[in-house]
Structures are given as structure tokens and as C-alpha cells.
Design a protein around this ligand. Structure first.
Ligand code: AMP
Ligand code: ZN
Length: 481
């Protein structure tokens, strides 16, 4: 696509900045991945839809993308400070931490694919990087760390401007950190957590600081630095990471590189998905999984649409009505697109270069919206205008443009068919063939002006959860509810 300069909001400077790749033509992005002790909730998945859109936008602007997402299978404690237990260790009581991690990693990947997120170039798994973590820690230990009985700690006063990211974000910073006896500064954090004497952990390794496990923050610094090399271009995560996790990564990166460089040029954070009770979180117990939405009959890409409809820096409230509205919007787009596919040779005509000026205009509009800190809500409205039946633009011209745009939105507008987008709860017992047969009978009754039978069929269907939709503008004759 074309060439508005890409402007991204950098949480570190609290400003929109023009993206200037460190290596010309390349974009190297690291996204904090899931902690695999439980299923991801749809809030977590918002973080990956955001990272996916960022990656797609970078590619569309011609950058060669290297994207890394990690899998945290050790080290993330039940508390963001250093007082809690390892989340995986806790979830694996009486079982195997490795099996738990594998199960939830698979579940996360299933959601990731269902949302049509593109595979990153690398999935880095924390437990596969422990030797590198020990090497990293050895390198910074003397100048930046100190030992306590519970492990090796990072002294945050040894790096310039510790917590700049958190303070920039909240005006306070460092507020949620629990004290550990002997810490030099409240914000100091564990690099290596020694296994307490007399205990054994499922996940522990030998190190110069005793047998134990790495700190969570160390993992991301090591995996991003190992795979992408410092400094790299963009680091992403949810806004909860602005407060502790990312400031700590920055401190480690600075210590490792021996400079004030934070390790990544731009730090981007998606805002929360919330529901009426507040931020969706795994530790709160009740949360919505993508599978819950699917079981209720919604296509997963309706949730992707819901995410794209909001700017990634805005809070997004999840409601079932909102999901329904996103589904309807997706349906309209799919139907608009399928009209182009029903005519042959559009693609051939398009490829012969018809009306390049028009094509440029639309693509430039989308490019401008996305270049403005990934303004997906605005970009979607441009696609919609293109799909309007009243649009004076020839269908074959639109075909190629929509095809190109769908590479960025990832809504699979050309693969989905109407039936995919019908709400079909898992609990429904009636089949589509039965419904269709009843509707044929009803049509016949109506043409014979036998309204009693026609109404009876309608009521029978309603009793089995099928709502007949006469005169629906999207031409849906029925839906399951
Ligand atoms: P976790 O598996 O808890 O380490 O989180 C995975 C990703 O989801 C991180 O980038 C978090 O910042 C992000 N995240 C957690 N909760 C939410 C939420 N409610 N809305 C959006 N992103 C979230
Ligand atoms: Zn991380």
C-alpha cells in the first residue's frame, strides 16, 4: 500500500511518533504472550488482535515483519510483585506443570487462529530459554543486582530514570509493588527466585544463585533480545504491563546493554476489554472465553470485528448486544463482498489495471486512517462505503480493492458465507434442513392463504428457538436464539 508516514503512540514518550525502522525496510516486533496456566479470556485475545493488526499494517506499508510472541510457562507470579506463587506451579498442584502449559498453549493457539491472527515468525517458550536467562542475569548481576535469601534482585536505582514508562502512564508508578524483606528499593524485583530450603518445585534449574526459577520480567528481556536483538522496533502488551512488567524489562535491557536505551524504540499498549463489572481478568475467576462466544452461536470473527470497531487505546466494553451488532456489520460486509464474487472475471479485469486512480484513492484513505495510530474504526467505514450497493463504483473495481484491504483487516470477507454467520448456539437441537423444510411448508400455506397453518408453523419453530424473520433487510429468513 502507500505512503502516509506511520504514526504510532509511544507510551514511553506519551506522544505519537513517526515509525522509523532501526534497520531500513524491516520491522521487528515483540508482543508479551499469554501465561498458560488457564484459558485465555477474550480480553487477553484483544491484545493479540491488536498486535496482529499492527503487524498487518506494517506489512501493508512494505516493511518486512519479524514478529515474536512468547509463551510464559514459568515465572509469572500470582502477584505482579514478588510475593506470590508461580501461577503455573500453583495450577499444577497434583499434576504436571508441563501438561498444564501444553493444554492451555493449545487452547490459546486455537483462539489465536480462530481470530485469524497471523502466525508470528517465532513463538518463544520461556522454559526453553532458561540457560540464556542465566547468562543474561550473570552479565548484569555484579553491577545491578544483589542477593537476598529468596533470590537475586534487581536494584532499580542502578539504571537511569527507572519507571519512566509507568510514571508517564499514570503519574505515579511503582504503586502496586509488595515489599520483600531486605529490598533496597520498593520497586526492586526478582531476577532469580531461589527455591526455599526443604522445598522442591516442579520447574527449577541450577544457577549461580542457587536452584530456582527465573523472574517473569527477565524472560521477556531475554527472549526479545535473543531473537530480535537490541534495540528492536516495537514492544506491545496490554496496558497493565505499563506499570510494572515493562518498566522492569526496560531496566534489565538498559543494564544488559550498558546504556540508557530502553531496548525497544516504541512501547505500545492496548487498553482493556471490560465488562459491566470491570476489567476482565483470569484471576477474578469468571471470565469469557472465545469458546463461550462460539458456543452461544457467534462466529469468532464477530469478536475480531468488535475489536476493530474500537481504537486499540480505548477501553472496550463487552456486551452481547455489542457482539450482535458487530456480527451484523460483518454480515453486511460479507454479503457486499459476495455480490462481487458472484460475477465472473472481476479479478481478471481488475488485474488488467482498470481505473488505478480510484484504487489509489481508496487505498490511500485506508492507509491514512491506519497510519494515524491504527485507526481501524475509521478505516472500516471507508471499506463499508466501498461496499454500499448504491456506490457508483463498478463492482470489478471494488473487488480487487476489498481483496487487498482484507489482508489488513483479516476478516476473511472472501471466505465466509452467510451460513457461517448465522447465530447457532451449541445447545440448538434443530437442524438447518428441518428449519428449511418447515419454512417451505409455511410458504406454501401462506400462498394458499392458510394463515392458521402458517402461524402454527411459526410458533412451532419459535418453541424450538427459531425466530422467523420476515422482511429482514439482510435477507436472513430465520435465526436461532
Ligand atoms: P496474561 O496471559 O495474563 O499474561 O495476559 C496476556 C495479555 O493480555 C497481556 O498483554 C495483557 O496485558 C493482556 N490483557 C490482560 N487482561 C486484559 C483485558 N481485560 N483487556 C485487554 N488486554 C488484557
Ligand atoms: Zn512480557
Amino acid at each position: 500500500m502507500t505512503d502516509s508516514p506511520l504514526r504510532l503512540y509511544n507510551s514511553l514518550t506519551r506522544r505519537l511518533e513517526t515509525f522509523t525502522p532501526i534497520h531500513p525496510g524491516a520491522a521487528r516486533v515483540y508482543s508479551c504472550g499469554p501465561t498458560v496456566y488457564n484459558y485465555p479470556h477474550i480480553g487477553n485475545m484483544r491484545a493479540y488482535v491488536f498486535a496482529d493488526v499492527l503487524g498487518r499494517a506494517l506489512r501493508s506499508k512494505g516493511y518486512e515483519l519479524t514478529h515474536v510472541i512468547n509463551i510464559t510457562d514459568v515465572g509469572h507470579l500470582t502477584d505482579d510483585g514478588d510475593a506470590g506463587e508461580d501461577k503455573l506451579e500453583k495450577a499444577a498442584v497434583g499434576g504436571s506443570a508441563r501438561d498444564i502449559a501444553r493444554h492451555y498453549t493449545e487452547a490459546y493457539w486455537a483462539d489465536f487462529r480462530a481470530l485469524n491472527c497471523r502466525e508470528p515468525a517465532h513463538w518463544t517458550v520461556a522454559t526453553a530459554y532458561v540457560p540464556q536467562m542465566i547468562e543474561f542475569a550473570k552479565r548484569i548481576a555484579e553491577k545491578h543486582c544483589y542477593e537476598l535469601p529468596s533470590g537475586l534482585y534487581f536494584d532499580t536505582s542502578t539504571v537511569p530514570d527507572y519507571g519512566r514508562l509507568a510514571r508517564a502512564a499514570t503519574g505515579e508508578g511503582e504503586s502496586r509493588i509488595d515489599p520483600v524483606d531486605g529490598k533496597r528499593n520498593a520497586a526492586d524485583f526478582a531476577i532469580w527466585r531461589r527455591t526455599p530450603p526443604g522445598e522442591t518445585r516442579q520447574m527449577e534449574w541450577d544457577s549461580p544463585w542457587g536452584r530456582g526459577a527465573p523472574g517473569w520480567h527477565l524472560e521477556c528481556s531475554v527472549m526479545s533480545g535473543e531473537v530480535l536483538g537490541f534495540p528492536f522496533d516495537i514492544h506491545t502488551g496490554g496496558i497493565d504491563h505499563r506499570e510494572i512488567h515493562h518498566p522492569n524489562e526496560i531496566a534489565q535491557n538498559q543494564a544488559h546493554c550498558g546504556s540508557a536505551d530502553p531496548g525497544a524504540a516504541i512501547w505500545m499498549h492496548n487498553n482493556f476489554l471490560v465488562d459491566r463489572t470491570g476489567k476482565m481478568s483470569k484471576s477474578a475467576g469468571e471470565f469469557l472465553r472465545l469458546q463461550t462466544l462460539i458456543d452461544r452461536g457467534y462466529h469468532p470473527l464477530a469478536y475480531r470485528m468488535m475489536c476493530l470497531q474500537a481504537h486499540y487505546r480505548s477501553e472496550l466494553e463487552f456486551t452481547w448486544e455489542g457482539l450482535g451488532a458487530a456480527l451484523t456489520r460483518l454480515k453486511r460486509m460479507v454479503m457486499g463482498t459476495s455480490k462481487f464474487l458472484s460475477r465472473e472475471n472481476y479479478s481478471a479485469s481488475f488485474d488488467q489495471g482498470a481505473k488505478p486512480a480510484f484504487r489509489r484513492e481508496i487505498l490511500n484513505g485506508i492507509d491514512q486512517a491506519l497510519s494515524d495510530d491504527l485507526n481501524t474504526p475509521m478505516a472500516l467505514t471507508i471499506v463499508e462505503r466501498l461496499l454500499l450497493p448504491s456506490s457508483s463504483i463498478e463492482p470489478f473495481e471494488r473487488w480487487g480493492v476489498v481483496k487487498e484491504l482484507d489482508q489488513i483487516f483479516g476478516l476473511r470477507l472472501f471466505d465466509l458465507v452467510r451460513a457461517d454467520l448465522r447465530i447457532r448456539p451449541k445447545s440448538a437441537t434443530i437442524t438447518e434442513t428441518e428449519i428449511e423444510a418447515q419454512l417451505v411448508r409455511r410458504k406454501e400455506a401462506r400462498s394458499a392463504r392458510d394463515f392458521a397453518t402458517s402461524d402454527a408453523i411459526r410458533d412451532e419453530l419459535a418453541a424450538r428457538g427459531v425466530e422467523v424473520m420476515d422482511g429482514d433487510p439482510l435477507e436472513w429468513e430465520w435465526k436461532l436464539s
